[in-house]
Design a protein around this ligand. Structure first.
Ligand SMILES: NS(=O)(=O)c1cccc(F)c1
Ligand SMILES: [Zn+2]
Length: 261
C-alpha cells in the first residue's frame, strides 16, 4: 500500500521527492562517530533533569509505522543539559529491524546499529501544544534509548502485552495500569550525546534537539521478536511490522556534543 512510508516506492531514499527537507542541513538520524564528538563541560555542569510519573501514560495506538504510548504529560518534564526551556513528555514509540539482523536502530555508534531504538518525545512548553511546537527549530526534544539483547525487561513487557490488542493501523486501547516511562531509561542516563536534528519520519521537520543515551537498555531476545508481532500494511497486504527505521543521513555542518569526557 502507498501508506507504508518504508516499503512504498524506494522507501526513505525517495522521501525527498515529497519532502525536500529530507536533504536538509539538520536531518536525523546520524552516525555518532565517537572520534568526532566534543565533550561539553556545560552539559555536565547543568545536568539533564528527566522527570516521569506513574500516571502519565494514557493509551497505546498502532500508528501504522510503530506502536505509540501517548501521554498527557502530567508530571513528565525534561529540562537542563542542552535545553534552554522546559519540555513536556508527549509520547514514546520505537524503531526496529528484521529477524536475526543486527540493524534496527536509527542512530548508529561508530557505524554499529542496535536491534532497536526507543524515542521519548517531548515538546517545548513555550509553545501552546505539541502541534504548535512540532515544526519549530526548538520545538521538540527526543530522548533516544538503544535496545540491546540481554536480560528481560519486565516493565517494557507490560507495554508489549498490549500489542495483541492493537493489531492494525489506528487501533488504540487505554492503559489502565500505572506505567512510569522512567523504567525505560538506562541505569546510567547521565552520559548522552546531543545534536540538533529532525523528525526521522515524514514530514521530517527540523525541530528536534536529540538526546541520545550512551548506555543501551537491555531487553530479551524474545522481547525484540515481540516488536515484530505488531502488524502493518505493505504492498503485499498486512504483514509483520519491522525495518521501520530511517538509516543515518549526512551530519553536514554539525558537531555532536557529549555530556561526558
Ligand atoms: N521518530 S521521531 O523523530 O522521534 C518522530 C517522528 C514523528 C513525530 C514525532 F513526534 C517524533
Ligand atoms: Zn522515532
Amino acid at each position: 500500500k502507498r501508506g507504508n512510508i518504508y516499503l512504498s516506492g524506494a522507501g526513505p531514499s525517495a522521501w525527498h521527492e515529497e519532502y525536500p527537507v529530507a536533504k536538509g542541513k539538520r536531518q536525523s538520524p546520524v552516525d555518532i562517530n565517537t572520534n568526532k564528538t566534543k565533550f561539553d563541560p556545560k552539559l555536565a555542569a547543568d545536568p539533564l533533569t528527566i522527570r516521569f510519573s506513574d500516571s502519565c501514560c494514557q493509551s497505546i495506538v498502532n500508528t501504522g509505522i510503530s506502536f505509540q504510548v501517548t501521554s498527557n504529560g502530567a508530571g513528565c518534564e525534561l529540562s537542563g543539559g542542552p535545553l534552554d526551556s522546559t519540555y513536556q513528555f508527549a509520547q514514546f514509540h520505537a524503531h526496529w529491524g528484521a529477524y536475526l539482523k543486527t540493524t534496527g536502530s536509527e542512530h548508529t555508534v561508530d557505524g554499529v546499529s542496535y536491534p532497536a531504538e526507543l524515542h521519548l518525545v517531548h515538546w517545548n512548553t513555550k509553545y501552546d501544544d505539541f502541534k504548535d511546537a512540532v515544526d519549530k527549530p526548538d520545538g521538540l526534544a527526543v530522548i533516544a534509548v538503544f535496545f540491546k539483547r540481554g536480560k528481560e525487561h519486565p516493565g517494557f513487557g507490560k507495554i508489549q502485552d498490549l500489542f495483541s490488542k492493537i493489531p492494525a493501523k489506528g487501533a488504540k486501547v487505554n492503559i489502565d495500569f500505572e506505567f512510569n516511562p522512567g523504567l525505560l531509561m538506562p541505569p546510567d542516563s547521565e552520559n548522552y550525546w546531543t545534536y540538533l536534528g529532525s523528525l526521522t519520519t515524514p514530514p521530517l521537520y527540523e525541530s528536534v534537539t536529540w538526546i541520545v543515551m550512551k548506555e543501551p537498555l537491555e531487553v530479551s531476545v524474545e522481547q525484540i521478536a515481540i516488536l515484530r508481532t505488531l502488524l502493518w500494511e505493505t504492498p503485499n497486504g498486512v504483514s509483520q511490522m519491522y525495518n521501520n527505521f530511517r538509516p543515518p543521513v549526512p551530519l553536514r555542518d554539525r558537531v555532536i556534543r557529549a555530556s561526558f569526557g
